[in-house]
Design a protein around this ligand. Structure first.
Ligand code: ADP
Ligand code: MG
Length: 422
């Protein structure tokens, strides 16, 4: 994938109507609908402000949550979730859709911008079209939730064309959705010149450089719950990194692959062969693969579980590994010191429990102190680094969970591929 994409500063936006795909998929309070974290809205401000200040009329759009725009399908899904079909009325479905309207987003965006945000009542319907037609340079409007349109997630050409017809230029700044080919993330690029906003630009330049031309040594830190979630990442980074550190729940499958018992620790039996192959491949390629030497084991999966530290090749039956041990923390920290580039995906232990957060904390501290270009990909890893107070010492915390994972897997992201090359 070519990471070098044309950005919003490299095209003429003056007097143009710009369709801007944002990631306004913010968490909301279930009862009141109030936005509980507006980080994603704030992250979109630089591109919006640039466009408005440079004389564009901005037609912003985003999805919010997972509305089901088809009544029959909604009934089917709810029934599968165990709801009583007799109670699944059309009124209830409409209520569920209404809970995902863009009003709270428009309101917060307006507060943050300090100017009105015109909200459309639909996505490509008459209200959106009329408001888009009347929109003046320096003004911003927001379409309704793009997933209210049945054609959005199907990347239906007619839906994409109707969106595109309202504008003269497409700017994509929703990194969190670039791994999905939807009408508003990919389809519209068939009908409009398509360039990146600042957020996608930053993701591409930092992560793209790490994967294509990293400052060395390049250290990859991989952890998290499951090997199976990270197979693509491990394979891709094994071909690029100088050192690979493996911790977290996935480490036990590797420890098993070395012939040791892991007690009640997380283990994916069907991935033991894969882990063996990775250990062999690393050797063949001269990549240093670091595994935990000691492990904090617990009697049960609980915040206050009885725990002790044991060698990783001697995890007793009836105990489960929930964190890396002290020796391992030191070994990993030493491997991270002096790195040129660090890519980190997946916590080293169950950091949600204070007692088992020390391994993740030690690695976060080492990354922060390393002076390396440091990149965190993965939703839980980002949360861990923030919770432990190291976020401001990290070069780049990727904003896209699934998207950054696919990026690290070396996959072509359809929402990036469709943008014009620089
Ligand atoms: P990310 O979202 O950063 O990609 P993952 O979703 O793969 O990370 O993994 C995060 C989860 O892994 C966390 O909820 C954490 O508690 C869990 N985890 C880490 N180490 C262990 C372990 N030893 N046993 C069980 N769960 C673990
Ligand atoms: Mg996760």
């Amino acid at each position: 994938m070519n990471y070098n994409k044309k950005n919003v500063t490299q095209v003429d936006v003056k007097g143009k109507k710009v369709l801007l795909r944002c990631d306004f998929n913010v968490p909301q309070d279930k009862k009141t609908g109030a936005i509980t974290d507006d980080k994603r809205i704030r992250a979109a401000l630089p591109t919006i402000q640039y466009l408005l200040e440079n004389g564009a009329a901005v037609i912003a759009c985003s999805h919010l949550g997972k509305p089901e725009p088809n009544f029959e399908k909604w009934v089917k899904k709810q029934t599968e979730k165990g709801k009583d079909p007799a109670e699944l009325t059309e009124a209830k479905w409409k209520k569920a859709l209404d809970a995902l309207r863009m009003e709270p987003v428009a309101e917060r965006l307006s507060q943050l911008l300090g100017k009105p945000v015109i909200l459309a009542d639909d996505v490509i319907g008459p209200d959106a079209q009329a408001k888009a037609a009347a929109l003046q340079p320096g003004q911003i409007m927001l379409l309704q939730n793009t997933r209210f349109e049945k054609g959005e997630t199907k990347n239906d050409p007619a839906t994409a064309k109707a969106m595109a017809d309202m504008a003269e230029l497409y700017v994509s700044d929703a990194f969190g959705t670039v791994h999905r080919a939807h009408a508003s993330t990919v389809g519209v690029s068939e009908y409009l010149p398509a360039v990146s906003g600042f957020l996608i630009g930053k993701e591409l330049s930092i992560m793209g450089k790490a994967l294509s031309d990293p400052a060395r040594p390049f250290v990859a830190i991989l952890g998290g719950a499951k090997v199976s979630d990270k197979i693509g990442v491990i394979e891709n980074l094994l071909g690029k990194a100088d050192k690979i550190i493996i911790g977290g729940g996935m480490a036990y499958t590797f420890i098993k692959a070395q012939g040791h018992d892991v007690g009640d620790s997380l283990l994916e039996e069907d991935k033991v062969e894969f882990a063996k192959k990775m250990i062999d491949d690393a050797k063949a390629k001269g990549v240093e693969l670091l595994l935990p030497e000691d492990t904090v084991v617990a009697k049960e999966f609980a915040a206050d579980a009885e725990s002790k530290t044991v060698p990783s090749d001697a995890i007793p039956a009836g105990w489960q590994g929930l964190d890396i041990g002290e020796k391992t923390r030191e070994k990993f920290a030493a491997a991270i010191a002096g790195a040129g580039t660090v890519v980190w995906n997946g916590p080293m232990g169950v950091f949600e429990f204070d007692k088992f957060a020390e391994g993740t904390r030690a690695v976060a501290r080492a990354v922060a102190a390393s002076g390396a270009v440091s990149i965190i990909g993965g939703g839980d890893s980002a949360a861990a680094v923030e919770q432990l107070g190291f976020a401001d010492k990290i070069t780049h915390i990727s904003t896209g969970g699934g998207a950054s994972l696919e990026f690290l897997e070396g996959k072509a992201l359809p929402g990036v591929v469709c943008l014009q090359d620089a």
